[in-house]
Design a protein around this ligand. Structure first.
Ligand code: UDP
Ligand code: MG
Length: 315
């Protein structure tokens, strides 16, 4: 196997403080890896400016002028983290052997890349960076994080535990991912759908090198919502299930109401009102769930996902 051309894709939104530090560390690491013949000298660092409002683009242009290994990509407006990643990955898909995506703030340990490439060399097409122990986190943070993954799985989004968007994709895995036609993207839920051989590398997650988080709580909740609704129809199914439960309860209520009626314990009109509330409520929910089921199908159709992903073809 020849040394792979590695493209590191970094989404940057208002990262003028972090970028110079990040760039310097990455240059050192790539120089190191090139020296040890882990990656080819044609490897690149692709900085995607996601419509920043500060000097991020000027910093990127400066880096590119100094060292052609830095590529700059400027998006015309703030398209969001996932779209910035997609843009960067699309632009290097034809030229790389593998791609690693990582945030601009280096909360993820860049030294894990060496282990990523080792797994790649051993044949993995997808290497997940997994946050190691959460020793430094509070009990509350750990519990909520665990709850989050459980909830997401129950809702039909299959996620790799403690994995964010720090990962390596081989060229063929990348191309398979790029063939997904959806606009609403939740990458960490889509990558596990690819199949191929996967591996995990764990690392310690640190603090931001500079600047502040671009993910306030509001954006985080929107992100979780996107995760569920972009990947699965399960929430709609739960409505259907609820409807069936209500209708069943309605039947039980019906029996109770009739018994009360014949025993003469009721005021006029009570029995018919009670019956209609429960039965109609249940029927309405069932109807909604059924309509939802079809809408869910339409939704999945509109994503135009590939029907299969080819791994090998012997001929
Ligand atoms: N980011 C982006 N577009 C956005 C928001 C964030 O490209 O609209 C980038 C940001 O520059 C960083 C990464 O996404 O490289 C993750 O953001 P951040 O580190 O602020 O999130 P946190 O680690 O706090 O969840
Ligand atoms: Mg961060």
């Amino acid at each position: 196997m020849t040394t792979p051309r590695l493209f590191i894709v970094i989404p940057c939104y208002n990262e003028q403080e972090a970028l110079p530090i990040t760039a310097q560390r990455l240059v050192k690491l790539t120089d190191d890896m090139i020296g040890k013949s882990i990656i080819s000298p044609e490897s690149r660092i692709v900085l995607v400016d996601d419509g920043s409002r500060d000097d991020t683009w000027r910093v990127i242009a400066g880096l590119h002028a100094q060292d052609p290994r830095f590529e700059g990509v400027k998006l015309a407006h703030n398209a969001g983290h996932m779209n910035a990643l997609w843009a960067g990955m699309t632009l290097c898909a034809e030229r790389c052997d593998c791609v690693i995506t990582i945030d601009a703030d280096l909360q993820d340990d860049i030294n894990a890349m060496v282990a990523f490439l080792e797994e790649y060399r051993k044949g993995a097409d997808v290497v997940y960076g997994v946050r190691g122990s959460r020793k430094k986190d509070t009990f509350f943070k750990r519990a909520t994080a665990q709850g989050f993954y459980k909830m997401m799985n129950a809702m039909g989004a299959e996620l790799v535990y403690n994995h964010a968007d720090y990962r390596l994709l081989s060229r063929r895995a990348l191309q398979a991912l790029l063939s997904f036609g959806e606009v609403n993207m939740f990458l960490r839920g889509m990558v596990p759908m690819l199949g191929f051989r996967t591996a995990q590398v764990s690392y310690e997650r640190g603090e931001r090198v500079a600047g502040e988080s671009k993910y306030p709580l509001k954006k985080m909740l929107a992100f979780a919502m996107e995760g569920v609704t972009s990947l699965s129809n399960k929430p709609i199914r739960y409505v259907l299930l609820l409807g069936v439960l209500c209708a069943l309860l309605g039947v039980a209520m019906g029996v109770y109401v009739l018994v009360s009626l014949f025993k003469g314990h009721t005021v006029r009109g009570w029995a018919s009102t009670m019956m209609s509330i429960w039965l109609l409520g249940g029927l309405q929910l069932i109807a909604l769930g059924l309509i939802g089921e079809y809408i869910g199908k339409i939704y999945m159709e509109t994503k135009r996902r590939p029907k299969f992903i080819l791994e090998e073809h012997l001929k």
